[in-house]
Design a protein around this ligand. Sequence first.
Ligand code: ADP
Ligand code: ASP
Ligand code: MG
Length: 398
Amino acid sequence: MSVIVLKFGGSSVATPEHLRKVAAKVTALREAGHLPVVVVSAMGKTTDGLLSLASEVSGHPHRRELDMLLSTGERISMALLTMAIRDCGHEAISLTGSQAGIITTTDHNQARIIEVRPIRVHEALEKGRIVIVGGFAGVSTDKEVTTLGRGGSDTTAISLAAALDAPECWICSDVDGVYTADPRVVPEARKIDALSHGEVLEMGLRGAKVLAPEAIDYARRHGVTLHARASFTDGRGTVITHRPHPGVGRAVAVAGDRTALPVAVDAGTTTLSEFFAWLGQEGVRWKDARRHQTGSSARVELVVDTLNTPDGGALIADYWRSRAGDCVVHEDLRTATIVGEGIAEQAPMWGHATDALANLGIECPALVGNAWGLTAQVPEHQLDDVVRAWHGALPSVG
Ligand code: ADP
Ligand code: ASP
Ligand code: MG
């Protein structure tokens, strides 16, 4: 019998009815001879609700206590799913991330997994039980409850798949795979059969919500093959492996990122090492950082990750208010990206990208190429238009 790790996201466990459907799917796999280890997220938008509750109580919620609060969302789902599975006549047990042996760094709200010691998972499987693990949380080397950043249940599932040496790891959600763009934004987007870890990592970093980037990074480092598929319908979904195709130079997808907030700082002669140390201390996360030097004056351009640090832009503005620097938070800008390994080396790609922006009347303040694609800063109200235009205009996408 082989272990199969399945992860069900918030929308797949949003209601009691959803939980019963997940229970039916999991027990069917058990009856087919698999050993399911199931990772669940918090129900529906529970985590968002807990975050806003915290901000109603405290202007700057204490990070340890925030982890205590946020980790309760996944506990609810894991206990309810286990009850539903037991009602289907199967032995099952729920475990928290800590009980499942997920050991993390001490960085509250954005901890990284150091090691997984799934002793209790093995014990339960040996007793013939279906194991349900609450995603998103672990225990730090200081024995504190930690959470893994937004979307962290994906990381829980992948880390368990690696530690258990599971032949299958399914990330199940409300879409049946990874598409060439968010199908909610681009109705013509196509499901992609196979992608590399690198491609999906870049998609995730650039706002494609389907898989958390930290999770893909973990899969890449530990050689875990993933299947992104639908929670409640059958089908192969998208296989994400080390390198499923030889095609460097193909544009695979377009992503828009509403959680990417560009910030520019003219630091003058103020030392920047102090600023970066402060960013680390405050836990402000960013996606891109560039430093320019003109004479003795330094300029830093950051794209703040507001999914994981919602108040990052405001914190940076506050920091510079009391110093001899000039900080602009571009509240009106977000990022759009064409993802494809090596595409930034192709001259026609830059032409397509800039022509499409010009047709929308966008004078793009920044278009940057890196090893995995081209990213533009565009007005937030035109973000979806840019994604649609790029998706339609690029020959190898869509
Ligand atoms: P879960 O709650 O299961 O973790 P998420 O909401 O995190 O699921 O991710 C699924 C959502 O990701 C889909 O509803 C879809 O709108 C969005 N999405 C964004 N970009 C893509 C893409 N390129 N392919 C598929 N889905 C995408
Ligand atoms: N519940 C957490 C979140 O909303 C973790 C997850 O869903 O993966 O980010
Ligand atoms: Mg998710």
